[in-house]
Design a protein around this ligand. Structure first.
Ligand code: GTP
Ligand code: MG
Length: 303
């Protein structure tokens, strides 16, 4: 996975290849504005851009194009402008509080990529010369704790873990006290996957947030929903309910490399007004890119 020597940009382009092909291949042959717009609508829907955002983009592109024959470059330019308008506000820097440790809580449904993302972020922080502490607050399964411990080793980070079945709030409490005493820069909390519709499990997340809040005098600095980009529109329901549970501050979109429906990023961030902090472009621990709207749109359209 993630061959060495690849730049961030290469990985993003490769990760978006499927979505890009899905979007552009059917449009390339079309040169007449009138034919192009229904076609554009179709490919945007297929890329999971969602009905509302698709309608908006099609209208914007339609208004920008001259009647009659249009050059391919003009189509791309109009599409680029419209997509940037949608995604520009979704870009924001990570929130670092004035005092350390910064605390980041990762939540999401089963298998969305939380544990992998925690390790990827820890790797990035280590490269920046920071000391991250990982927290195994997924205590449901012994294997989940082992997975985090192994990944932490791979990226050279330390972990706080309790026994399987332990109270996730208690693990977080211990980890925060340890992080403060030992001067860590960041605390990355991995939580168990849960279906957004399972109320008691969602309440448990609220409790984890409150434990941190009591100890820190503020909630975790980022409450991050890790979303599998291949689930498309279901992500909106996920985001809505996780938002209710912990008050999300941002998103990570994973598995963009495995889907032709990377357009889902648009309705997801627009529906909730939440920024995308990173995107996952593969299973390798280096395959996490900060979300940059301009680069993302360019990788999507120009390749
Ligand atoms: N292709 C690809 N695979 C990914 C990405 N992120 C995670 N995965 C894979 O997705 C699978 C699940 O990842 P985990 O990190 O274990 O997911 P999780 O959310 O922690 O899962 P639970 O703890 O069981 O809820 C693993 O096989 C990962 O390698 C990504 O950006 N691209
Ligand atoms: Mg996990």
């Amino acid at each position: 996975m993630g061959s060495t020597g690849e730049t961030l940009w290469d990985r993003l382009r490769r990760g978006l290849a499927r979505t890009r092909e899905g979007l552009l291949a059917p449009l390339r042959g079309t040169r007449k504005g009138a034919e192009l717009l229904p076609q554009l609508e179709e490919v945007l829907l297929a890329a999971d851009v969602g009905p509302e955002e698709t309608a908006r983009i099609v209208a914007e592109v339609g208004a920008a194009l001259p009647p009659g024959d249009v050059a391919w470059d003009e189509v791309l330019k109009a599409l680029e402008t419209s997509l940037l308008g949608a995604l520009g506000p979704a870009q924001r820097e990570l929130c670092w509080p004035p005092h350390r440790p910064a605390v980041f809580l990762f939540v999401g449904v089963n298998g969305s990529g939380k544990t992998t993302t925690v390790a990827k972020v820890a790797r990035k922080f280590r490269q920046d010369g920071l000391r991250p502490l990982l927290v195994a607050a997924d205590t449901f399964r012994a294997a989940a704790i082992d997975q985090l411990v192994e990944l932490a080793q791979a990226v050279g980070a330390e972990v706080v873990a309790h026994r399987p079945g332990a109270d996730p709030g208690a693990v977080v409490h211990d980890a925060l006290e340890h992080a403060r005493a030992a001067g860590y820069d960041a605390v990355l909390v991995d939580t168990a996957g849960r279906l957004q519709t399972k109320r008691p499990l969602m309440e448990e997340l609220g409790k984890v947030r409150r434990v941190a809040e009591r100890l820190l005098g503020r909630p975790p600095d980022e409450r991050i929903l890790v979303v599998d980009a291949t689930v498309g529109q279901n992500a909106i329901s996920q985001a809505t309910l996780f938002h209710e549970a912990v008050g999300l501050t941002g998103l990570v979109l994973t598995k963009l490399d495995g889907t032709a429906r990377g357009g889902a990023v648009i309705p997801i961030t627009r529906a909730l007004g939440l920024p995308v902090l990173w995107v996952g472009t593969g299973e390798g621990l280096e395959e996490l890119e900060p979300f940059r709207a301009t680069e993302f749109v360019r990788a999507l359209l120009r390749g």
